[in-house]
Design a protein. Structure first.
Length: 71
């Protein structure tokens, strides 16, 4: 399934970057991060204007994303 893409700018990669055809891609791990408003924005030029905020960290779920290992 060929495609034409525009310019790419990768600032940080902690996982897999795939360009081209792929039969099977699956995450091997999952984690959860609690951050405040505008904390994980990514851009070359960034300006955030945030007032007072609070981040709720209560999570009643036992598992958010189950990872099933396929060898």
């Amino acid at each position: 399934m060929p495609s034409v893409i525009g310019g790419i700018n990768i600032q940080n990669n902690a996982g897999i970057s795939n360009f081209g055809d792929a039969f099977y891609l699956s995450p091997k791990s999952a984690n959860k991060t609690n951050t405040g408003s505008g904390a994980v924005n990514t851009a070359n030029f960034l300006m955030t204007n945030n007032g007072v905020n609070a981040t709720g960290v209560v999570d009643p779920d036992v598992a958010d994303q189950n990872i099933v290992a396929n060898a």
